[in-house]
Design a protein around this ligand. Structure first.
Ligand SMILES: [Zn+2]
Length: 147
């Protein structure tokens, strides 16, 4: 591994290389950690923006130690906002694949996976006027008037 070139594209040309260790404004450990986390996420999505020069064995301590640097434009490809966009893309894809039309399929696909207890309380947010109590009260009321 050549630590004097961009750890993302492997190149050295173009814009000057940036090293988070040199930046007084950033917590370089945090910058490397976030970068590696995002790389993992992109891998999970099978959506790596570039062929990475560093392998999965690289940990942030190594990056700090070797003062790993990158082109700003290369690093930007792994930014949180790019990752967020990738997540959203997948989310909308998923929903297009599954049509959750019936209550049954909703329960099966969405509700059950997220709930761990056996007991379920369902609360309606609309009040039904035709409840038993009401109709009983109405009957009583009219009876009294008749007397
Ligand atoms: Zn680069």
């Amino acid at each position: 591994m050549d630590w004097s070139s961009c750890i993302i594209c492997g190149g050295r040309k173009g814009e000057p290389l940036k090293c988070p260790v040199d930046s007084p404004h950033e917590d370089c450990e945090q910058v490397y950690k976030v970068f590696l986390q995002n790389v993992e996420q992109f891998k999970e999505f099978d959506a790596l923006p570039v062929n990475l020069k560093i392998g999965p064995e690289v940990i942030f301590e190594l990056l700090v130690k070797c003062r790993a640097s990158w082109h700003k434009s290369c690093h930007l490809k792994f930014s949180n906002s790019k990752l967020e966009r990738e997540k959203n893309k997948r989310k909308s894809d998923d929903y297009q694949d599954e049509t959750l039309t019936t209550f049954d399929s909703y329960v099966e696909n969405v509700f059950i996976p997220f709930q761990s207890s056996k007991r379920v309380d369902i609360v309606w947010d609309t009040y039904k006027a035709s409840s038993v109590k009401d109709s009983t009260r109405e009957k009583r009321g009219s009876d009294q008037r008749r007397k």
